[in-house]
Design a protein around this ligand. Structure first.
Ligand SMILES: C[S@@+](CC[C@H](N)C(=O)[O-])C[C@H]1O[C@@H](n2cnc3c(N)ncnc32)[C@H](O)[C@@H]1O
Length: 277
C-alpha cells in the first residue's frame, strides 16, 4: 500500500499526534500498547463489518455518541493501518479544504446530483473514493432509513470522515479503507456512487469487472466524471474519461446504461448504470 510505505518515512510529528488524537480518540489513548503488537496482524474485514461504530444496539449508540464515553473502535486499526504513521494533518487538511471549497457547489450542484439519483431513503449506498465525504454526508442525509459506506484508499480521508461522522452524530455513515485494486463493495449495496474517482483507477476494466461481480442484481452504479475540453475546473485533459469511454467501460464490465442527465452539471458527465442480470 503506497500510503503506508510513504508515510512510514515520516517522523511522528506533533501534528500527526494531534491528528491521531482527533481521528481515533479513545482507541489510541487506551489501547495503544495492545495495538502496537496487533495492528498489522489484523485481517482486513469487509466494509460492512468495519464501521464508524457498531450501531446495532441503543446501548452501543449511546456509548458511541456520548462525549463522556467516546468510541474505541478505530476503523483504520481494524484494517491494519497504524494511524501513528499517517501524514501530518496539515497536508490532509489542505486537500480536504480543496474538496470542500465553498465555490465548488456552484458547479458541482451536490443537491441536484443527489436528487438525480432518485433515492427512496432506504438504500445502502457505497461512496467509492469518498475523499472528504463531500457527497457521503449528503447521501447519508438522503437515506435516513438506509446507510452510506464511504471507502477511500487514503487512510487520512477515512479518518476525517470517521471523526466528522462521530462528532456530528451521523449514525448512518460508515467508513472503510479500500484497496486500490479491489472496489470492496458489500453485496448489500443498492447504489455505488463515484464522483471524480474512476479516472484515478489504474486497471479500469479489471476493477470494474470486480465491482460488477460484487454488486447484486438490480444495483446501480452512478458515475460523475469531468467532461472533455477546456474547463475552469477538473483534472488535466490527458486523464479525463469521455462519455463514450465511460459507457464502453461500464457496459464492457456487464452493466447497462440506466439513465443519463447530460445537462445536469456544467463540467461533468452524469451517468447511471444498472446490473440487469
Ligand atoms: C478527486 S477525489 C474525489 C473525492 C470525492 N468523491 C468528491 O467528489 O469530493 C478522488 C478520491 O478517490 C480516492 N481514490 C483513488 N483511487 C481509489 C481507489 N482505487 N479506490 C478508492 N478510492 C480511490 C482518492 O484517495 C481521493 O480521495
Amino acid at each position: 500500500m503506497i500510503t503506508i510505505r510513504r508515510s512510514l518515512a515520516l517522523p511522528i510529528s506533533t501534528l500527526a499526534c494531534v491528528a491521531l488524537a482527533a481521528g481515533c480518540p479513545n482507541r489510541d489513548r487506551n489501547n495503544a500498547a495492545s495495538d502496537a503488537s496487533s495492528a498489522h496482524a489484523v485481517t482486513a474485514p469487509t466494509p460492512a463489518t468495519v464501521t464508524a461504530g457498531d450501531v446495532s444496539s441503543p446501548e452501543r449508540q449511546a456509548q458511541v455518541h456520548d462525549p463522556a464515553h467516546p468510541p474505541i473502535d478505530c476503523p483504520l486499526r481494524k484494517q491494519g493501518v497504524d494511524p501513528a504513521h499517517l501524514r501530518p494533518f496539515e497536508d490532509t487538511a489542505k486537500y480536504i479544504a480543496f474538496l470542500e471549497r465553498p465555490d465548488r457547489a456552484a458547479w458541482q450542484k451536490p443537491d441536484a446530483v443527489v436528487a438525480a439519483l432518485g433515492l427512496t431513503g432506504k438504500e445502502t449506498i457505497v461512496d467509492i473514493g469518498a475523499g472528504s465525504g463531500y457527497f457521503s454526508f449528503r447521501l447519508a442525509r438522503a437515506v435516513p432509513e438506509g446507510k452510506v459506506i464511504a471507502l477511500d484508499v487514503e487512510p487520512e480521508m477515512i479518518r476525517h470522515i470517521h471523526h466528522k461522522a462521530m462528532t456530528e452524530g451521523v449514525r448512518n455513515l460508515q467508513v472503510a479503507f479500500a484497496k486500490p485494486d479491489d472496489p470492496g463493495v458489500p453485496a448489500e449495496a443498492d447504489l455505488v456512487f463515484m464522483c471524480d474517482v474512476l479516472h484515478h483507477i489504474q486497471d479500469r476494466p479489471a476493477w470494474l469487472t470486480k465491482l460488477v461481480a460484487q454488486m447484486h442484481k438490480g444495483a446501480r452504479l452512478a458515475l460523475v466524471e469531468f467532461k472533455e475540453g477546456k474547463l475552469p475546473e477538473g483534472p488535466p485533459e490527458a486523464v479525463k474519461l469521455s462519455r463514450a469511454q465511460l459507457v464502453t467501460l461500464a457496459t464492457g464490465a456487464g452493466l447497462v446504461l440506466d439513465s443519463e442527465r447530460p445537462n445536469l452539471l456544467p463540467y461533468q458527465t452524469f451517468l447511471v448504470f444498472r446490473k440487469a442480470r
